[in-house]
Design a protein around this ligand. Structure first.
Ligand code: KG4
Ligand code: ZN
Length: 342
């Protein structure tokens, strides 16, 4: 019998503030995963400055790719394709990765595969959970997105719920700034919450009328700001840890409730978390418990594969490659690319 050939993909991710490259074998085996984070740089400004992000990507990208090839012990000749995030994201940041991937594709005569960033986040789950296969329900919670997705098959997605305003991670970042924790807020709220009481303050759990899977986080964010103003006006202490823990609980309650409703309504017995907020310790433990009670298999990536990385892009690119998806050298960055569009 003919032996199946291994497929090695070089993947590139530059949609926001991480310059990342990885080599992934057969979609699930990470041979290298190099991430150059710009977080320290953007912290000075309290958030990502797009122009600075693009400039930093262009400075770092060649070294990051070389490092990924070296760590995987491969050269361009050993590769079968180049995968790259082409949207959604910051246009100037995306363009750096796309232009780089096109140059490598042309020079090394490798097929080019453009990948949707969210498809990457979802596919991060395949890397450490070798048994995970579609169909499953995935909650993607990142700095830019909050999507509840039915993964029908590889590359086939039905978005059943999304946020009407702020993304979950964005709410974490804004609340963290308001209580003086700084950027990036998610990991800091996660840490500080461990010293706080999640029942200390009741923040709203928003429902969107006629859209049971949709989310809205602007109300809880405003409630936190009102609470802080109220404390100051009354001369009371602003208890950072209690606010953080109570806010985090309010957000996680909604995320868990909507995910469990989708699991029940769609009759799907596998559930996965994805995106930066998927590394939140409270969200993970609440989802784990909710899934256990319902005998649902629960999956999530390790923290390094939750936040932006290129290994997840390599995993997604592999399944696109197997479907015969190829992009031409006219591939462009699409800042508002929709999931499922090609
Ligand atoms: O997926 P990601 O790296 O970038 C986007 O595609 O947006 O997600 C970054 C987001 C940030 O908002 C960050 O605050 C949040 O993920 N985040 C967390 C945690 N770690 C990262 N939020 C809550 N708890 C965490 N432990
Ligand atoms: Zn992301």
């Amino acid at each position: 019998m003919e032996e199946k050939k291994d497929i090695r993909i070089l993947a590139i991710e530059s949609s926001c503030d991480e310059t990342a490259a990885a080599v992934v074998k057969n979609g699930r085996e990470v041979l290298s995963n190099v991430i150059s984070s710009q977080i320290a740089l953007h912290t000075l400004y309290g958030g990502v400055v797009p122009e600075i992000a693009s400039r930093k990507h262009i400075e770092k990208i060649n070294d990051v790719i070389q490092e990924a090839l070296d760590q995987a012990n491969v050269s361009l000749q050993d590769l079968d394709a180049v995968g790259v995030t082409y949207g959604p994201g910051l246009v100037g940041a995306l363009l750096v990765g796309v232009a780089e991937a096109k140059a490598i594709s042309y020079a090394a005569k490798l097929p080019l595969i453009g990948v949707h960033h969210i498809e990457g986040h979802i596919s991060a789950n395949y890397i450490e959970n070798k048994e995970l296969e579609p169909p499953f329900i995935c909650l993607v919670v990142s700095g830019g997105h909050t999507h509840l997705v039915v993964v029908r098959d590889y590359g086939e997605y039905e978005i059943i719920g999304k946020t009407r305003d702020d993304a979950a991670g964005e709410a974490f970042d804004k609340v963290a700034r308001a209580i003086g924790l700084g950027y990036p807020g998610g990991p800091k709220i996660d840490r500080v919450s461990k010293e706080g009481n999640p029942e200390a303050i009741h923040f709203p759990r928003a429902k969107v009328e006629d859209a049971p899977y949709d989310f809205s986080f602007s109300g809880v964010k405003s409630a936190v700001l009102n609470h802080i103003n109220g404390c100051r006006m009354k001369g009371e202490d602003v208890v950072q840890a209690d606010i953080a823990a109570s806010f985090q609980k309010a957000v996680c309650d909604v995320l868990v409730a909507h995910a469990m409703k989708a699991i029940k309504d769609y009759g799907i017995s596998r559930f996965a978390l994805a995106g930066g907020v998927a590394s939140n310790s409270t969200l993970r433990s609440m989802m784990k418990e909710a899934c256990e009670q319902r005998k649902i298999a629960f999956y999530h990536p390790s923290p390094v594969l939750c936040t932006d990385n290129a290994a997840m892009i390599g995993a997604a690119a592999y399944y696109e490659y197997r479907k015969g998806i190829r992009h031409g050298l006219d591939l462009n960055a699409v800042p508002n690319l929709k999931l499922g569009e090609r």
